[in-house]
Write a protein that binds this ligand. Structure first.
Ligand code: CA
Length: 741
């Protein structure tokens, strides 16, 4: 045993020195991923100045009102400091409004109020943003709370003007004394008719100039050169009164004190993983990824006068008690984002899970893509994975019977208005064992593969909940349905017609069609719960390895005929010089770890290190595709620690290649896990040996309970593969095929 200090383990309030003293926000660059466009995504992120999982984020706005690319690194001008709830440019924003200081210039027009700025005159941190708005000679600073924010504007001499813009659909702006109130109804769907974001902006002095156009207003104050005008802003999805209540998070507090509080909130979350290493670029990439992993899904609940959680339902439009979280697409985030929250932040996960239960109570369905209500997007029924994995990792929602009932219902129904919610094609799937290619349900093979994995998750959850064999039998059987799409001739998954024949013609390189934003080569690996079963159908270990190898060895050729043009995900594969491996999108992100099931785990170590080193950088173009609400970031966080949750719903993490010399994980149960790789460096991707709590450890996986029990993991790293370690089948991770049925 080699814990940091053994006595710490029994005291929840004592923390390792590295945890208490370090400022991890110094490594976070929120501008990573902002150098993106419609044609090529290097993240499609914006600099979210926010609290972890905060209800409101703030971003400088370079794009036009309504443009999903609201902040792009190449832009030269800013037209507002925007309260945003946008999860992705493809989904766009809702309930937004902006504040723009225009110095002595009295204008409200979007293009007229813009100011040039420089990244050299800009500071972007998770808890703080500032920029010098050159045309107006104003330095703007902001620091957020969960539902409010504080601003400090350093002004030029004379009358200073500020624009408050409630965006398209905004109305009801009212100005009285020092206070501007208004309503933003701006949205792109997923909201009931009564949706509104009630906002309030309070300045530290009475307004001296007012121009009010109902959805946009100008207020003005006289100032001396260098004088600071302060403001606080907040909003509520519930009511104007609740907005004033939320404003108390920031009102009456000194800007710098609030900024320090915000910094502490981030360090509490980021410091759960204390990395010690001298590679500054890797530290920056890691903590920037951890920051992106702790933003979404975000709080959509508020705190009432009695101190209880309440929320406006984006499903029913009612004000209801309890939690609500939103802005995530679980097709992306079931893979590693939710497992990361379950491992490191289970108390937050519990709130999320209770929120999803409320979503089911209020709409009849668990969310597949929510922003803020159900959105038509992507495929699968992967909410089952999110819900089952949390329960199986010990996160206990208050009402497991409602949880179970909702999950089962989701397998046999489709949301009447949002077809990607529930299970489209469930009648075919249950009768034939797959969603047919020729029945006018798009991306049918992707749906089938994900439903089969989801059914396995449901089966595992049902066993944990003590459900009867009879009730669980169909789920156990359907967990094998992926087999129905396996085409032995090509050793690949393939669309299948209702009469049992495979879809013709078949191109393994064709993106979309039977698959979703990927080709057969990517999707064939979507048997998260049964790699051994897939290996068996492929014809054994050598064939399986050859198929894995082939993903990297073929050129980045593609067939884009389904879309009619190379969608950005295709370009992101093409430009990375890693063959057909498409890390820029989700379907293939777990694939590398499947080498752990082959006796050749060093190939996983090689490729995972290569992806970390080449596809992630701490630069504005630092991601290799859409970041996607924490998923692509959580992949890096896990992988840099040395393990990854290939099949959420199991209690295992497949081992890869730890990136750092030392990382200390602090769990909410008060235990510490030290991941030690003292001889690690850029030249040593291979695991020579691993000791777990002092004992030799030859498995290619770690158990969840081994991690959360704390203790010490010691990796010996090498520049050469160890062909013996992890090569026996007893070292392979979980497969459903190996289970007793
Ligand atoms: Ca994606």
């Amino acid at each position: 045993m080699n814990r940091p200090i053994i006595s710490f383990c029994i005291c929840a309030f004592s923390l390792p020195a590295t945890y208490a003293q370090s400022d991890y926000t110094q490594y976070v660059n929120p501008l990573i991923g902002t150098q993106s466009s419609f044609e090529l995504s290097a993240g499609n992120t914006y600099p979210a100045t926010a609290r972890p999982w905060g209800m409101n984020f703030w971003t400088p706005q370079t794009g036009k009102n309504g443009d999903g690319w609201q902040y792009t690194y190449d832009a030269h001008t800013i037209c507002g400091l925007k309260q945003t709830h946008q999860p992705s440019p493809w989904i766009n924003d809702y309930g937004c409004f902006s504040i723009m200081p225009t110095g002595n210039k009295k204008t409200f027009k979007e293009d007229d109020r813009r100011s040039w700025f420089s990244h050299k005159g800009e500071i972007s941190r998770p808890h703080y943003y500032s920029v010098y708005l050159a045309d107006h000679d104003v330095k703007a600073e902001l620091t957020p709370t969960e539902r409010a924010a504080s601003f400090r504007f350093t002004c030029p001499e004379g009358m200073n003007y500020f624009v408050v813009d409630a965006f398209n659909g905004g109305h009801g702006i009212n100005i009285a004394g020092n206070r501007v109130t208004g309503v933003s109804t701006h949205n792109h769907g997923g909201v009931p008719d009564n949706f509104a974001n009630y906002f309030v902006v309070e300045f530290d002095r009475p307004v001296e100039y007012v121009e009010n156009m109902d959805s946009i207003a100008i207020v003005g104050f006289k100032a001396l050169r260098g004088e600071k005008v302060n403001a606080v802003a907040a909003s509520s999805f519930i009511s104007p009164e609740q907005a004033l209540r939320n404003l108390r998070e920031a009102k009456g507090k000194d800007f710098d004190v609030l900024c320090e509080e915000s910094l502490q909130a981030w360090n509490d979350v980021l410091g759960r993983i204390a990395v010690e290493d001298d590679n500054l670029d890797r530290l920056r990439t890691f903590y920037s990824c951890l920051y992106r992993s702790t933003l979404f899904p975000r709080k959509f609940y508020e705190i009432d006068a009695a101190g209880n959680a309440i929320h406006y339902s984006p499903y029913s439009g009612k004000i209801l008690p309890g939690y609500m979280y939103t802005d995530t697409g679980v097709w992306d985030t079931f893979r590693s984002l939710f497992p990361l929250v379950n491992l490191l932040y289970p108390s937050v996960s519990l709130e999320m899970q209770e929120g999803f239960l409320n979503a089911y109570r209020e709409s009849g369905f668990f969310p597949e893509w929510c922003s803020p209500g159900h959105r038509e997007c992507m495929v699968g029924n992967n909410s089952a994975s999110v819900l089952a994995d949390a329960w199986l990792k010990g996160i206990r929602v208050s009402d497991p019977e409602t949880l179970w009932g909702g999950i089962v219902k989701g397998t046999q129904a489709v949301h009447p208005a949002v077809k990607s919610t529930g299970r489209i094609g469930h009648e075919y799937y249950n009768r034939l064992g797959y969603v047919p290619y020729d029945v006018n349900i798009n991306e049918s093979a992707a749906r089938t593969l994900e439903y089969a994995y989801d059914d396995w998750c449901i089966y595992q959850l049902g066993k944990a909940l003590g459900k009867s064999k009879k009730e669980l039998k169909p789920f156990a059987a359907r967990a094998d349905n992926w087999q129905n799409l396996f085409d032995k001739e090509h050793s690949l998954m393939r669309g299948r017609n209702a009469d049992g024949s495979f879809a013709e013609p078949f191109s393994p390189l064709k993106w979309g069609d039977a698959f979703t934003e990927g080709n057969s080569w990517h999707y064939t690996w979507s048997v998260f719960h049964d790699p051994a079963g897939l290996k068996h159908l492929m014809g054994g270990n050598n064939r399986f390895v050859a198929m894995l190898d082939s993903v990297f060895s073929v050129p980045p050729v593609f067939d884009d005929s389904y879309y009619g043009f190379p969608i950005h995900e295709i370009r992101e594969m093409q430009v990375m010089n890693m063959g057909n491996y498409a890390h820029g999108n989700q379907p293939v992100q777990h694939m590398i770890y499947l080498y752990d099931w082959t006796g050749q785990p060093w190939k996983a170590q090689h490729w995972v290190r290569k992806v970390m080193d080449t596809m992630y950088t701490p630069a504005p173009d630092g991601y290799c595709g859409d970041e996607d609400n924490g998923q692509t970031s959580a992949w890096y966080v896990f992988s840099a620690l040395g393990f990854y949750p290939v099949a959420p719903g199991t209690n295992q993490y497949a081992i890869g290649s730890p990136l750092f010399r030392k990382a200390t994980l602090t769990f909410e149960n008060g235990k510490f896990l030290v991941i030690d790789a003292a001889n690690n460096d850029e030249t040593k991707p291979y695991v020579e040996s691993l000791k777990l709590k002092g004992c030799d450890y030859n498995k290619n996986y770690l158990n969840h309970s081994d991690l959360t029990a704390g203790g010490n993991m010691a990796f010996q790293m090498s520049d050469k593969p160890n062909y013996k370690r992890g090569s026996e089948s007893t070292s392979f991770p979980y497969s459903f095929s190996d289970d007793e049925r």
